[in-house]
Design a protein around this ligand. Structure first.
Ligand SMILES: Cc1cc2nc3c(=O)[nH]c(=O)nc-3n(C[C@H](O)[C@H](O)[C@H](O)COP(=O)(O)OP(=O)(O)OC[C@H]3O[C@@H](n4cnc5c(N)ncnc54)[C@H](O)[C@@H]3O)c2cc1C
Length: 397
């Protein structure tokens, strides 16, 4: 059985439709969005209309039914054009719709997943708190039992889409002493619930089209229908979402490397110094070769992992222990390598542009600011290396 793989005609059609759409509708607005630091409402609305907020979700739940491979194609294409649009779709899809599909009851899927996959409602995911970042099981937001429901109190931070989302998947401690092993539960909180408000939104070095919001929960009362997955098993919910998120981040990084390489290649062939195009100098050629090598390797890694996740399906009860461990290690590897390779490629592409690369408003300058966060969010790269090392020590290579 050959290990070579190719995209289906349907996947190729998705790529070409997305590429056309992004070039025509998104690329022209990105510089102004970045400068004004505003959420790109008009293009997000158009992406919703195109079905891009439900690419991996089965058609019976309102999505396009194109799986994780289709979703990674979308994220790769977004990564070529604009990281903010990629992060908006990623927070909604990887971190919002994935856990609903994997852990939602049929009723929850009808109520929250279907409108989200159709793009009628925007989702966000909220794990991080002021005192709980990498140590994500140490959440201090509490969910106390009241009758058959809960009362949530606490402060969450750094929530992508937090300002605009209609529904946020919030991790809260139902038994803070137990931490991640049985003490954290996932809740579906709609904006407008009494006591649930958006606090400050951060100013950032990049991703200017996204909101990064604080969420304040002041005695938010919820019924049992808002518990996603089992009580105390919120960490499984979060990790399932992050396994998908980390592979799709790799896809977005791949798009970032492709775009950086293309821009650097064009510039190097046009820019003449010492009587020759700078592309004639080996020092420049080697930088371009490194970008191409990393893009080649990352492409195989991303789509191999996405195809594996498609093969495993969305039901966690059907995943074997080994398969689950392999999926998690693979996702951590792709997120870590992909983000570092993208940062490196964009840095070198900026260097190839010389002084022009440092001038505000050039695509490579924006990409440089946007790319840095991929080494930090969805688990820092130090944490990815810990995940990989723990699995390595437990299972070997
Ligand atoms: C723009 C943006 C968007 C975000 N979006 C979301 C979102 O949508 N939802 C959400 O829940 N969160 C989100 N986050 C939060 C993000 O996931 C966290 O910032 C990240 O996980 C790191 O947590 P921290 O900032 O608290 O850093 P810390 O955990 O305090 O880490 C500080 C440093 O210490 C290192 N470190 C920590 N522990 C160890 C260890 N055991 N071994 C070695 N090194 C260690 C880290 O790697 C890092 O370098 C977002 C953050 C940003 C900036």
């Amino acid at each position: 059985m050959p290990i070579e793989f190719t995209f289906t005609p349907e996947q190729e059609a998705l790529r070409s439709a997305v590429r056309q759409f992004l070039e025509k509708e998104v690329a022209p607005v990105v510089a102004a969005m970045d400068e004004s630091e505003s959420f790109p409402e008009a293009t997000v609305r158009r992406m919703r209309e195109e079905g891009y907020f439900g690419v991996p979700i089965p058609e019976e739940y309102g999505g396009l039914g194109l799986g994780k491979v289709g979703y990674c194609i979308l994220l790769e294409e977004l990564g070529r054009v604009d990281a903010s649009h990629g992060a908006i779709v990623g927070a909604h899809t990887s971190l919002g719709t994935t856990p609903l599909l994997s852990y939602g009851t049929e009723e929850q899927k009808r109520r929250w997943l279907v409108p989200a996959a159709r793009g009628e409602r925007l989702l966000a995911f909220s794990l991080t708190e002021p005192g709980s970042g990498s140590d994500s099981g140490a959440v201090q937001t509490v969910a106390e039992r009241r009758g058959d429901g809960f009362v949530l109190t606490g402060t969450k931070i750094y929530v992508t889409n937090g300002r605009e989302a209609d529904t946020v998947i919030v991790m809260a401690g139902t038994d803070v002493k137990l931490g991640p092993s049985g003490g954290v539960t996932a809740f579906l909180l709609d904006k407008g619930l009494p006591g649930f408000t958006v606090g400050r939104c951060e100013k950032k070095m990049g991703l200017h089209g996204t909101s990064t919001a604080e969420l304040v929960l002041d005695h938010v009362e919820v019924g049992p229908e808002r518990v996603l997955g089992e009580v105390g098993k919120g960490f499984h919910v979060a990790m399932t979402a992050l396994d998908v998120g980390r592979v799709s981040l790799g896809a977005a990084s791949l798009g970032g490397i492709d775009a950086a390489c293309a821009q650097a290649l064009t510039f190097a062939q046009e820019r003449t110094q010492f009587g020759l195009p700078i592309s004639e100098y080996e020092a420049i050629q080697f930088k371009l070769s490194d970008m191409a090598m990393h893009a080649h390797a990352l492409r195989f890694m991303v789509y191999h992992a996405a195809a594996r996740q498609d093969r495993m399906g969305p039901d966690p009860k059907k995943w074997g222990r080994l398969e689950r461990a392999q999926k998690t290690r693979e996702a951590a590897t792709i997120k870590c390598l992909g983000s570092e390779w993208a940062s490196e490629a964009i840095d070198e592409a900026l260097q190839i542009h010389g002084g022009l690369g440092y001038i505000r408003g050039t695509p490579i300058e924006r990409a440089y600011r946007d790319a840095r966060i991929s080494e930090i969010f969805e688990g820092t790269n130090e944490i990815q290396r810990l995940v990989i090392a723990r699995d390595l020590l437990a299972r070997g290579l």
